[in-house]
Design a protein around this ligand. Structure first.
Ligand code: SF4
Length: 127
């Protein structure tokens, strides 16, 4: 069994670009906590999962195990297809970054260009 942080696949991208903006105070606190933990320890393990994860716990869009927005499922699917990863995979944060970093650089607009936070991530990419 993998002792790990659960993440829905597209949060591999969000975590790399998060700068403190989010859906609510609870959301930003949760995202910042996970980001801090992973950045401090690249050997920390993550497990990919369908549906909501521990970052979603503080989000106002969360309804039980579901997200009321239709967009995240589409983002997750894109990330899985483009990385070859699958829900259930357990890997270190470093290994996850190696898989997801090329997406961040090259195809962010195609994956999540309609996310309300996209302009923030896109400006970081160009910096
Ligand atoms: S919008 Fe949906 S997928 Fe994104 S953090 Fe909130 S509940 Fe999770």
């Amino acid at each position: 069994m993998c002792d790990s942080i659960s993440l829905r696949p597209h949060h591999l991208l969000c975590l790399q670009n998060f700068v403190g903006e989010g859906y609510s105070g609870g959301f930003t606190t949760g995202m910042a906590g996970v980001q801090k933990r992973l950045m401090a320890d690249p050997s920390a393990r993550i497990r990919l999962k369908e549906g909501t994860d521990q970052i979603c716990a503080g989000c106002p869009n969360r309804a039980g195990d579901a997200c009321t927005s239709g967009k995240p499922d589409r983002y997750d699917k894109e990330v899985l297809e483009r990385t070859g990863l699958a829900c259930g995979d357990c890997l270190t944060w470093q290994e996850a970054l190696e898989k997801a970093l090329p997406l961040n650089r090259d195809c962010l607009p195609e994956i999540c260009g309609d996310c309300q936070w996209f302009s923030l991530c896109d400006s970081l990419k160009k910096a």
